[in-house]
Design a protein around this ligand. Structure first.
Ligand code: NG6
Ligand code: CA
Length: 522
């Protein structure tokens, strides 16, 4: 059956027609239709949001109406993956289109780590810049800054502005890691020159209190890790001295980033823009603004998910009120799966009730099981994307090549696959296979199957966070179409398929995995 021209085909036809007619901004024929321009692109990226944390993904315990509006008005993906079960590697892959296990530095980074994206590498913002976009990042970075010892009192470089963003307003690493300051275009905001800031991950500065030694100074207690410097009553990872005036306010962070994201799109309207809006929720420490405290009945973790949902609604409302929603492709996703106790005593476990952050999936953050990397993923473009559900296999890794297609550019030679029609809901022809990663271990998804190689000597469960990591001394094979919860290991039942999957896995990944050790989480 011949389908009506899809929005993508229509858009590309317009581009071609315009090229043939010698069109462009210099065209003088006032009769011709306005030049088609590719849409603005916004990536809304959450931190540790699980497959089951969003109500449009089937749960009834925590209402996320604003994310649901995007999900129900766009494509809701059920087989979409982050590249990794932790943050830095996923963000690295999202921006570069390169599998994180190709880069030994793509691990959970301390706040003092150097930038792990080479300034020579293709990136999503560089690519869009080539196509005439203004490019900005607001929120969590966690890809390293500088190239060695960083002086936080001077401009910090290289950073986002050196890998393609012409505007950046970021936190360096995570909300639980120092430095607890915002950087705008590489400069720490609000710093008092008379109170310089020093950061170390090696040792404390003499006389400075820590969570370990001074629990009386904390308002949130640590469970594992998170017992170094105390900022705003919250013990963090890493040590800091000075820079008091520059410290962020944790409870205002969501409002702060939202205001920056809104200002970014307001100021850039009229020219094509790309915004990478990387929210900090529901990563620890979970610090909802007072107006969200208690709203979920699940304690801070539920409250900050409602806060994030609200912020997303407010941001989308801004796009709408600027008349930009019909001309903006929004991709919403999460950097890795959910975790309840990630190092602070914040009652995430105790107050969970019937809520299942991973939905039907097994595992969670740090895990090779599905909940580690299969994340809520939505593509929304009002008037251009038909609402629907897609079970195509896609990965955040594919955004680079897919956005190259969107902007009619050559697809860079990376691990990224050009799947624009899939992102736009026009095709279910996604990836054949995908290597997923979790704290240096990898596994292979191919078709409906997931193959996890043997990881002898690696612990099966991280007891501190209470998550199964996916490790076993034996190979594992799951049929995800029949058994989404990965209850039955088919490796011995179906040795032929297991051998085939192993072969493909080794051809993609090499033997290197045999050497890898699970990252110690303290
Ligand atoms: C772990 C932290 C955890 C979180 C994670 C990074 C400890 C014990 N745990 O090392 O709290 O910060 O790193 O999360 O320190 S991520 O989402 O940025 O990858
Ligand atoms: Ca994360």
């Amino acid at each position: 059956m011949q389908a009506a021209p899809t929005p993508l085909i229509f858009y590309l036809l317009c581009v071609m027609l315009q090229a043939c007619s010698g069109g462009g901004t210099e065209a003088t024929n006032t009769e011709s239709p306005p030049a088609p321009s590719p849409p603005n692109v916004v990536i809304i990226y959450l931190d540790d949001l699980g497959y089951g944390d969003v109500s449009s993904y089937g749960q009834t315990t925590l209402p996320t109406p604003n994310i649901d509006r995007l999900a129900n008005g766009g494509v809701r993906f059920t087989n979409a993956y982050a590249s990794s079960a932790t943050c830095t590697p996923s963000r690295y892959a999202l921006l570069t289109g390169v599998y994180p296990w190709r880069n030994a530095e793509a691990k959970i980074l301390p706040g003092t780590a150097p930038l792990i994206i080479s300034t020579e590498q293709p990136t999503v913002p560089k690519l869009l810049k080539e196509a005439g976009y203004r490019t900005g990042v607001v929120g969590k970075w966690h890809l390293g800054l500088g190239s060695g010892e960083v002086d936080w009192n001077a401009r910090v470089s290289p950073g986002p502005n050196e890998v393609g963003f012409d505007y950046s307003y970021i936190m360096a690493a995570t909300q639980d890691r120092v430095p607890t300051v915002y950087l705008e275009n590489g400069t720490v905001q609000g710093l008092d020159p008379a109170d310089s800031i020093q950061v170390s991950y090696a040792e404390n500065f003499p006389g400075e209190p820590t969570g370990r030694d001074n629990p009386e100074l904390t308002t949130m207690t640590w469970h594992h890790g998170h017992n170094n410097s105390i900022v705003n009553g919250i013990p963090r990872i890493g040590y800091v001295k000075g820079g008091e005036r520059a410290n962020w306010s944790d409870v205002d962070m969501a409002d702060h980033f939202l205001a920056r994201a809104q200002a970014y799109v307001t100021e850039r309207q009229g020219e094509p823009f790309f915004l990478y809006y990387a929210l900090q929720q529901p990563h620890v420490p979970r610090t909802p603004h007072p107006r969200f405290v208690g709203t979920s009945g699940m304690g801070p973790r539920g409250d900050v998910i409602l806060e994030a949902d609200w912020a997303i609604g407010a941001f989308v409302h801004t796009l709408d009120s600027l008349g930009l929603l019909d001309n903006t492709l929004i991709i919403l996703s999460s950097d890795n799966g959910p975790v309840l106790n990630d190092g602070y005593n914040d009652q995430a476990v105790e107050l969970l009730g019937d809520h299942r952050p991973a939905g039907p999936l097994r595992g969670g953050k740090y895990s090779l099981y599905e909940a580690g990397t299969r994340v809520p993923t939505i593509a929304y473009w009002r008037g251009h994307i038909e609402p629907g559900v897609s079970s195509a296999l896609v990965c955040q890794l594919d955004l680079l090549a897919s956005l190259a297609q969107l902007t009619d550019q050559e697809v860079p030679d990376t691990d990224s696959q050009p799947l624009l029609p899939v992102w736009l809901g026009e095709s279910e022809d996604g990836r054949d296979h995908l290597v997923i990663e979790a704290t240096s271990r990898t596994a292979l998804r191919a078709g409906d199957y997931l193959y996890i190689p043997p990881y002898p000597g690696n612990r099966a469960v991280n007891q501190q966070v209470g998550i199964e990591l996916g490790n076993s001394a034996e190979a594992q094979l799951y049929n995800l179409a029949d058994d989404i919860s990965q209850t039955e290991n088919l490796a011995t039942v179906d040795p032929e398929r297991t051998a085939e999957m192993r072969e493909l896995y080794l051809s993609l990944r090499g033997q290197a995995n045999a050497e890898t050790k699970e990252l110690e989480l303290e």
